[in-house]
Design a protein around this ligand. Structure first.
Ligand code: GAR
Length: 192
C-alpha cells in the first residue's frame, strides 16, 4: 500500500474526493493518506481533513522568504518520506530540490489542457474563450509551470454552460472522479 501526502492551498474538494475514495472507494487498499499539507493555515481543506481524522500539517508560506519556506518544506517532506506527493489545488510552484528528491513521484491535476493553458484560472480561460469542451489534465510535476509529462486527460463537455459557476461545477465533478481513477492506475502500477 502506497503512502501519499496531499498538498492543498484552499477548499480542498479534490483532496476530499480522494480521501473518501481512500476510506471507502476505489483507492481503498491502494494507498493511505499520511498527511494533508497546506501552505495556508486557514485553508478550509485542512479543517475538513482533520474532521475526517487525517493528519494535517501546515508550513505557512506567508511572511517567509522563499528560500526559508522551500527549505522547511523539503525537510518536512524528506522526514515524511511519502511514496507519492499528490497536488490538489496547491497554488505554489514546488522548488527544484523537491522535484529532484521525488522524481516521477509528484502528481498534479490541472483544470485545462496543459498544452494550451498553464497556471491559474483554467476554468475562467475556458469560459472566456467560449470553448465547447476542455480537458482536465493529470500530469507529473517538473520544474516548469504545468509543463510535466501528461499522464491522462479527460474531456469535459461545456456546451450549454450558461455561467462560469456552471462550467466550474461541471469541471470539478469530472476532476473529483478522474483524479482518483488516475491515482488508482498510477499507484497500483507494477513499476511503482
Ligand atoms: C481545481 O480546479 C484544480 O484543478 C485547480 O485548482 C482547483 C482546486 O480546487 N488547480 C490548478 O489550477 C493548478 N494549476 P480544490 O481545492 O477544491 O480541489
Amino acid at each position: 500500500m502506497k503512502k501519499i501526502i496531499i498538498m492543498i492551498s484552499g477548499r480542498g474538494s479534490n483532496m476530499l474526493a480522494i480521501a473518501r475514495n481512500v476510506k471507502n472507494g476505489n483507492l481503498k487498499n491502494v494507498c493511505q493518506i499520511q498527511s494533508v499539507f497546506s501552505n495556508k493555515a486557514d485553508a478550509a481543506g485542512l479543517t475538513k481533513a482533520a474532521e475526517m481524522g487525517i493528519n494535517t500539517h501546515c508550513i505557512p508560506s506567508r511572511g517567509k522568504k522563499k528560500k526559508t519556506y522551500d527549505s522547511l518544506l523539503l525537510n518536512w517532506l524528506k522526514s515524511e518520506n511519502p511514496d507519492f506527493i499528490v497536488l490538489a489545488g496547491y497554488m505554489k510552484v514546488l522548488p527544484s530540490e523537491v522535484i529532484q528528491e521525488f522524481p516521477c513521484r509528484i502528481i498534479n491535476i490541472h483544470p485545462a489542457d496543459t498544452c494550451q493553458h498553464q497556471g491559474l484560472h483554467g476554468y475562467e480561460w475556458a469560459w472566456e474563450k467560449k470553448l465547447p469542451e476542455t480537458k482536465i489534465t493529470v500530469h507529473f510535476v517538473d520544474d516548469g509551470l504545468d509543463t510535466g509529462k501528461i499522464i491522462e486527460q479527460k474531456m469535459v463537455d461545456l456546451k450549454g454552460c450558461n455561467s462560469l459557476e456552471d462550467l466550474e461545477k461541471r469541471g470539478l465533478k469530472v476532476e473529483h472522479e478522474f483524479y482518483s481513477e488516475c491515482l488508482r492506475r498510477i499507484l497500483s502500477s507494477e513499476q511503482n
